[in-house]
Design a protein around this ligand. Structure first.
Ligand SMILES: [Mn+2]
Length: 458
């Protein structure tokens, strides 16, 4: 048993009520891990609550016991008003709500109560341990973190994750960036827990949940993060009864009509920045409305785009989500491109090959231009595109991706492309998508405004 797992089991042993939190918005890995940990802890007699700020995407609703995830919880301790009745006996207690006030009316049987008989205190925290899974930063817990910041320093936090950008925010940080998924770390922890409690814990449900984490994070063993351990761990899980075919069927072979319509929009909104080997697409709020879909229905389309776009270094999908966030998901298969480094420009993070960011209150019209320019600049620096001739060279040798755009979206003519030695503002074209029409205008790009709150997603 690894020493860190021993430490985690020690904290779990001493805890009674445990809060398990997957990152939000959740994916197959975070959901699978959260519910697997929940089921295992219940078997060893703990009170467990598993909460996620965002709803479970439809595609993962088939997962066993997924309904144990709630999106409501009361983490704050009670506020207690104490009356010392040593001097006078209480005959009745009544409360009256008056606009924004509550009057608590205490009637004494004999004598009278005075202010120095009243004291205030807080009850105990409802939870004595927090376990976060697949969460690189506390901000990824969404409103549950924002609304309860003190809770995360009052209660020990166990942080189980595999993101290179992990903030190490826990009392114990079980972070292994070599692991393809958090599910593989949870599997190892639960194996140690079985040893410790001398009890078989990993049943068919837990095995299915963890295998769903491995399969979704490795893109069904196609992504470059797939390693020999991903296969051996998956074999273990299948041996324990994981329903591999259920996972494949639901995650990869079932699509709602609204999802297909949304994918259609993503494909028709594609823009290819050939000289920069950069492809991006966007989903606007109007696309969601028109297709009757939700932002989380894009599923694996960004991976599909990456594996089907030849000679493209970077694929970016920008989404205007229903809740006012503009999120960016990035993929690369190119050695030397670090997606997490690019995501960090916008306050995000992730892995070298897959990373993301989120901008509160962002829209494509407002923020899209700066994001795209910044990525182009990254490629200018990386590909050493320092002169106009270099540019044309790259442009001519460049990619030959079938253009899936609507007639409204035109490829930017190459004579509009300028290189600058730094990210000094230069006059370039801006593409705006408003009311689903794309208009172009000349505009000096604005820098990303400081003070905007970015969060990370991938
Ligand atoms: Mn993961």
């Amino acid at each position: 048993m690894k020493n860190i797992e021993k430490q985690i089991l020690g904290l779990i042993h001493n805890a009674q009520s445990i809060l398990v939190m997957p990152s939000s918005p959740p994916d197959g890995d975070s959901l699978g891990c959260a519910v697997a940990v929940y089921l295992a802890l219940r078997q060893i007699g703990k009170n467990v609550t598993v909460v996620c700020a965002d709803p479970v995407p439809d595609v993962f609703k088939f997962l066993p016991m997924i309904s144990s995830i709630t999106n409501e919880f009361t983490p704050t301790p009670d506020f207690i008003i104490t009356l010392d009745t040593a001097g006078a006996e209480l005959s009745s207690l009544e409360s009256k709500v008056e606009e924004s006030k509550i009057n608590i009316i205490l009637t004494a049987k004999n004598g009278r109560f005075s202010a120095d008989q009243v004291s205030f205190s807080h009850g105990e925290n409802r939870y004595d341990l927090i376990i976060t899974v697949d969460t690189a930063a506390l901000q990824q817990l969404g409103r549950f973190y924002e609304d309860n910041v003190p809770l995360f320093s009052e209660i020990p936090v166990i942080n189980i994750d595999h993101h290179a950008t992990n903030d190490q925010f826990g009392r114990i940080n079980y972070v292994d960036v070599m692991s393809s998924s958090t599910a593989e770390l949870v599997l190892s922890l639960l194996e140690s827990m079985e040893q410790e409690y001398n009890q078989e814990l990993i049943n068919e449900d837990i095995a299915t949940l963890l295998l769903a984490g491995v399969i979704t994070d490795t893109g069904s063993f196609q992504n470059s993060n797939t390693n020999p351990k991903s296969f051996s761990n998956s074999a273990k899980l299948i041996k324990r009864g994981a329903h591999q075919q259920d996972i494949i069927q639901h995650v990869y072979k079932t699509k709602h009509l609204s999802t297909l319509r949304l994918w259609g929009r993503v494909l028709s909104n594609i823009r290819i920045e050939k000289p920069y080997k950069f492809l991006y697409s966007v989903i606007t709020r109007k696309d969601l409305l028109d297709t009757g879909s939700r932002a989380d229905e894009t599923g694996s389309i960004v991976d599909e785009l990456m594996s089907n776009a030849p000679d493209t270094d970077i694929v970016l999908l920008l989404k205007e989500r229903e809740d006012g966030l503009l999120t960016g998901s990035m993929r690369t298969l190119t050695e030397g491109v670090d997606a997490s480094e690019i995501a960090a420009f916008f306050g995000g993070g992730g892995h070298a090959k897959a990373a993301g960011f989120r901008i509160k209150g962002g829209t494509f019209a407002k923020d899209g231009h700066q994001i795209i320019e910044k990525i182009k600049q990254y490629q200018i620096n990386r590909l050493n595109l320092v002169s106009q001739e270099d540019f044309e060279q790259v442009s001519n040798d460049s990619i030959n991706v079938p253009e899936l755009q609507t007639t409204e979206i035109k490829q930017k003519p190459s004579h509009h492309l300028h290189t600058t030695p730094s990210d000094q503002p230069t006059t370039t074209e801006e593409t705006e998508i408003t009311d689903n029409k794309i208009s172009k205008k000349d505009k000096t790009p604005k820098k990303i405004t400081p003070g905007v709150k970015y969060h990370f997603e991938n």
